[in-house]
Design a binder for this molecule. Structure first.
Ligand code: PBG
Ligand code: ZN
Length: 324
């Protein structure tokens, strides 16, 4: 028999803070968070990103010190994005052993060996046209891009990256990277696939952060935000291709997708709270409309509740310093 009011009184378990915390169902800790960082070569000072208050481009020369500071605060993992001054049609700097992708991984691992370094694996910050792969006429050439993704992944792994995180949204990218890594002797390097990546307007501030040269959009390779079945299919394809972990991006507006994938796969699942989600919270708080700390905790808690194991968030360092 199901009890109803007046027997059922859910408020009994909400009467004080001790009861509420005892019966809380979801929680996140620093162990669940990954801090995405932007590293620019050939600059001397930190550059604030106007559309992401509190986030800066880190000069390469100050990266080691920053990684040490994050580790002291309790950050366990970072994701590196390079801001390159060496752009070309294919993004060839990414697979050079002396290129920015390799240098970032090496600097981070040398500074703090136990810091988990995830190498964002794409080309849009290294191509002169700003697309995430090789441009052939007006189209991004999927299969030629796969070859380059394999080369970039091997370079990053050789430089010490723990996790390769392909975000180019090319078909077959996980399979191509797994094969390239294994053939080069990096069978222990993991792949965190950006497996369900939507063509979202919420990436707006990231384009300033990364200094993107893109004209146009990425709708021919990233997903239509209105598609739920396809979102599940994309992640399951990456599981079949050999991904070690899956991702939904963006996070907050896609909690239904996180839940769908959580139920359909046993792989670890991450969610990326993207630049626009960060900016909306920051600017609303600056305007006095919301309490920033509470909204940050609520937004990340909701992502966990939906089923994410890990969360990529630009708030990770704020949370570490405020002592979650
Ligand atoms: C590019 C990339 C993007 C982000 C991560 N990798 C932007 C895009 O796809 O246009 C977005 C991150 C963010 O907005 O915080 N491969
Ligand atoms: Zn890209």
């Amino acid at each position: 028999m199901t009890s109803q009011f007046p027997e059922a009184r859910p408020r009994r378990l909400r009467r004080n803070a001790s009861l509420r915390s005892l019966f809380q169902e979801s929680e996140f800790t620093l162990n669940d968070l990954v801090l995405p960082i932007f590293v620019e070569e050939e600059i001397d000072d930190f550059v604030p990103i106007k559309s992401m208050p509190g986030v800066v481009r880190i000069p390469e020369s100050k990266l080691a010190g920053e990684i040490e500071r994050y580790a002291r605060a309790g950050i366990k993992a970072v994701m590196t994005f390079g801001v390159s001054h060496h752009l070309d049609n294919d993004g060839s700097d990414t697979w050079s052993e002396r290129g920015l992708v390799s240098r970032m991984a090496g600097i981070c691992k040398d500074a703090v060996p136990e810091m988990i370094v995830m190498s964002d694996t794409c080309f849009c910050e290294y191509t002169d046209h700003g697309h995430c792969g090789v441009l052939h006429g007006h189209e991004v050439d999927n299969d030629r891009t796969l070859v380059n993704l394999g080369k970039q992944a091997v370079a990053a792994a050789r430089a010490g990256a723990d996790v390769i995180a392909p975000s180019a949204a090319m078909d077959g990218q996980v399979q191509a990277i797994r094969k390239a890594l294994d053939e080069a002797g990096f069978s222990q390097t993991a792949i965190m696939a950006y497996s369900t990546k939507f063509a979202s307007a919420l990436y707006g501030p990231f384009r300033e952060a990364g200094g993107s040269a893109l004209k146009g959009d990425r709708k021919s390779y990233q997903m239509n935000p209105m598609n739920r079945r396809e979102a599940l299919r994309e992640s399951l394809l990456d599981e079949q291709e050999g991904a070690d972990a899956l991702m939904v991006k963006p996070a907050g507006a896609y909690l239904d997708i996180i839940r769908d994938i959580r139920q359909a796969s046993n792989l670890p699942l991450s969610a990326y709270q993207v630049s626009g989600e960060y900016a909306m919270i920051k600017f609303a708080a600056q305007a006095g409309a919301i309490d920033e700390a509470r909204v940050v905790r609520e937004s990340l808690g909701a992502i966990k509740r939906a089923g994410a194991d890990l969360i990529f968030t630009y708030f990770a360092m704020d949370l570490a310093l405020s002592g979650i």
